[in-house]
Design a protein around this ligand. Structure first.
Ligand SMILES: Nc1ncnc2c1ncn2[C@@H]1O[C@H](COP(=O)(O)OP(=O)(O)OP(=O)(O)O)[C@@H](O)[C@H]1O
Length: 297
């Protein structure tokens, strides 16, 4: 069995709003420059690289979860991480915004760059890094606050906006996350009163409200029903126009639908990395073929 990349039609019942053409508020324009070291030999037509792992290793205590990974993630595309349970997908994802800093046993060696920023340097401002690299988790995790306050939360921390500007930002973010029409009349009601799919889109709105360049998504649909999953997939497809997206998924159909590039992981290594069409229809490695066709994993 092989998969071909097809764009799903939006679910009629939850048809997402299209992304407004307008740029985000000026205060949210990304500031990242490109890493010149990552790009010198790439042909003109290749997209620039947003994230580079070079000889990257990650450990929990003595256990090595990531083994000598070299991976270059293109800007403003969707890169899917696939592979069997325990192969290191989440670990690698969480190093990109240093979420693993909160795990006492976690450490890494090698190089990791976001454009020209040395992510692992002790001098790196982790709060600013996490503003530039937002993360959406497996289960929607809205704060026990109103929808408005959820989305405004990061902006209140990072940006000094007037009430009018904040209102505009909240609306922009909720529109971008394709949930505005469903929540605009209940902005000051608890976010926890929404459906799981709506909560997840509010969490995405909360993440993009601080103006990140990168969105990390760790199995963002695993707790959602098929209609909500379809709405999130449509949203991912739209958001890649503006954000670099890295998504971990166990769902092969989902990976083939939403990802431009796919990395197949096995036992802490990247076995194969290429366009999603190539990885799913014409894999070069037997292990990849066995995995995407469901023979193991
Ligand atoms: N906090 C931790 N402490 C110790 N070991 C950990 C920790 N988190 C993950 N590991 C181990 O690191 C390895 C990689 O785990 P990771 O969660 O990155 O894999 P994964 O590919 O994302 O798996 P899954 O698809 O099941 O989520 C596993 O062997 C796991 O048990």
């Amino acid at each position: 069995m092989t998969f071909t990349k097809t764009k799903q039609a939006p679910a009629e019942t939850l048809k997402p709003e299209r992304i407004p053409a307008a740029d985000p508020p000026a205060a949210l324009q990304p500031t990242g420059a490109r890493n010149p070291l990552s790009e010198p030999s790439r042909p003109e037509s290749s997209p620039p690289i947003a994230i580079s792992f070079d000889s990257f290793n990650a450990f929990y205590g003595d256990y090595q979860a990531i083994d000598q990974i070299n991976l270059q993630i293109p800007s403003k595309q969707v890169t899917g991480f696939i592979g069997p349970s325990g192969c290191g997908k989440t670990t690698l994802l969480r190093w990109i915004n240093r979420m693993n800093d909160i795990v006492p046993t976690a450490r890494s060696t090698g190089q990791l760059h976001l454009h020209d920023l040395d992510v692992l340097a002790s001098s790196t401002d982790v709060v600013e890094l996490r503003r530039r690299v937002g993360i959406v988790f497996q289960k929607p995790n809205p704060f026990p606050k109103s929808i408005y306050d959820n989305v405004a939360y990061g902006a209140r921390l990072h940006l000094k906006l007037t009430r009018t500007e904040l209102d505009a930002l909240v609306e922009w973010s909720l529109r971008k996350a394709a949930v505005w029409s469903e929540v605009k009349d209940r902005l000051h009601k608890p976010a926890l009163g929404l459906s799981g799919g709506q909560q997840q889109r509010v969490c995405i709105a909360r993440t993009i409200a601080t103006g990140p360049e990168v969105l990390l998504m760790d199995e963002p649909c695993s707790a959602l029903d098929p209609i909500s999953t379809s709405a999130i997939e449509d949203l991912i497809f739209e958001l890649r126009q503006q954000f670099t997206i890295v998504i971990v998924t166990h769902n092969m159909q989902q990976a083939s639908r939403v990802s431009d590039m796919t990395a197949f992981f096995y036992q802490g290594k990247v076995v194969e990395f290429g366009t999603t069409d190539q990885v799913f229809t014409c894999p070069t490695e037997k292990q990849t073929e066995d995995y995407v066709t469901g023979k193991f994993g």
